[in-house]
Design a protein around this ligand. Structure first.
Ligand code: NAD
Ligand code: MG
Length: 364
């Protein structure tokens, strides 16, 4: 019980701690008290997460002297909308929020992104705290400061970079997470190994079963490593001018897969898993990455129970979807390629014929 691992995200005056452990929901209030001046607080969560964890979080915050307003939103991407944001503002402004007040996100990436943007924009910025409860949000969206909502014309088009005061990761919350959501988060975990850390990748090969059985020390250490990698990448490139783009491994193909499958049909992490295997193969065909590394990536993705094939659509439909990706700059598609497990690079001059061949091999 208690904190198993912790780290500091170094961003000068905007630095903040991440704590990873078991039973941390019950210590939430005491942990935040020294960091926050104001006592006023809102906890944003969803209809699924509220019955599971809101009471415990709220009890701990109230016991520490915080004056808590809970806000419960429907599950799903639709809560990352202007309408939902406005409802949140109605409550926060109605409760006379001040600059010293705090918005706490208790939930997955949807709640984290919405809450963060609400915190960033209300009164030009109130305190923000992340309590991520999905694996994806624990290793990815809660670190790095990207917040925002969707627009009917596209995902994540409206938002701000805004750092939390603290991230508290209670790994016990993963016990109630549907298996499919856990695996989708695992795809992003595998991604960190591929782009940055061969040792993490080898550990996943070794400890996959323990991780999936939610063995606490394994889970806490792996999450810690992922947060450290994301923190390192983000600290060096807070606003995504350069190497932060490495985090998009598998995402160029992945976004096209999500797009063609129809959002909701395939989870983001599932699409990324397929996209990573495709990017590995692309890297191999471009003579950058050894075939053995491609085989290891494919095998780990398969053992994890993640999909290996993209939905069947015409190659040109994929090419078209990829050229519409947000990451396209001046009409040039940018791929994250790998030199091998643990080392990635960005390339904007990939032969379209080779890209087509890879799509043909996977979209079956
Ligand atoms: P999510 O927030 O929709 O959560 C998935 C589902 O699991 C929801 O229904 C949720 O209510 C439920 N849930 C959450 N915690 C649970 C728990 N402990 N037990 C049982 N059920 C639980 O999805 P997600 O995968 O966490 O996040 C996806 C979102 O994150 C997307 O909107 C994406 O754009 C965003 N994202 C943001 C960043 C970033 O840097 N800000 C990075 C990656 C993804
Ligand atoms: Mg992703």
């Amino acid at each position: 019980m208690g904190v198993l691992n912790s780290l500091q995200v170094d961003l000068g005056a905007r630095s903040y701690p991440i704590e990873i452990g078991q039973g941390l929901l019950d210590g939430l209030g005491d942990g935040l008290k020294p960091l926050l001046k104001g006592r006023q607080m809102a906890v944003l969560t969803t209809e699924t997460v509220a019955p599971l964890y809101l009471e415990r979080a709220q009890a701990s915050l109230t016991a520490a002297g915080f004056d808590v307003t809970p806000i419960i939103l429907p599950d799903g991407e639709t809560s990352k909308s202007w309408q939902a944001l406005n409802q949140v503002f109605d409550v926060l402004i109605g409760a006379r929020f001040e600059r010293s007040s705090t918005v706490v996100a208790l939930g997955g990436g949807v709640i984290g992104d919405l809450s963060g943007f609400a915190a960033a924009s209300l009164l030009r910025g109130v305190n923000f705290v992340q309590v991520p409860t999905t694996l994806l949000s624990q290793v990815d969206s809660s670190v790095g400061g990207k917040t925002g909502i969707n627009h009917p014309l596209g995902k994540n088009l409206i938002g701000a970079f805004y750092q939390p005061k603290k991230v508290t990761i209670d790994i016990d919350t993963l016990r109630t997470l549907p298996r499919r959501e856990l695996l989708a988060g695992l795809a992003e975990v595998i991604k960190y190994g591929i782009i940055w850390d061969a040792e993490l990748f080898a550990r996943l090969e070794r400890d996959l079963d323990a991780f999936l059985a939610l063995e606490p020390t394994v889970v806490a250490e792996v999450i810690h490593r992922c947060c450290a990698i994301k923190a390192e990448v983000v600290s060096a490139d807070e606003r995504e001018a350069g190497q932060r783009a490495l985090l998009n491994l598998g995402h160029t193909f992945g976004h096209a897969i999500e797009n063609l499958a129809g959002y909701g049909e395939i989870l983001h992490g599932e699409a990324v898993a397929i996209g990573m295997v495709m990017a590995a193969d692309l890297s191999h065909w471009l003579k950058l990455c050894p075939g053995n590394d491609v085989a290891r990536i494919r095998e780990l993705v398969e053992r994890a129970g993640l999909p290996l094939h993209a939905p069947k659509h015409a190659v040109e439909a994929y090419m078209d979807a990829m050229s519409r990706d947000k990451k396209v700059e001046a009409g040039v598609m940018r791929f994250v390629l790998m030199r091998g497990i643990g080392s990635a690079m960005i390339s904007s001059d990939v032969d379209a014929a080779v890209t087509r061949q890879v799509i043909e091999a996977y979209a079956v």
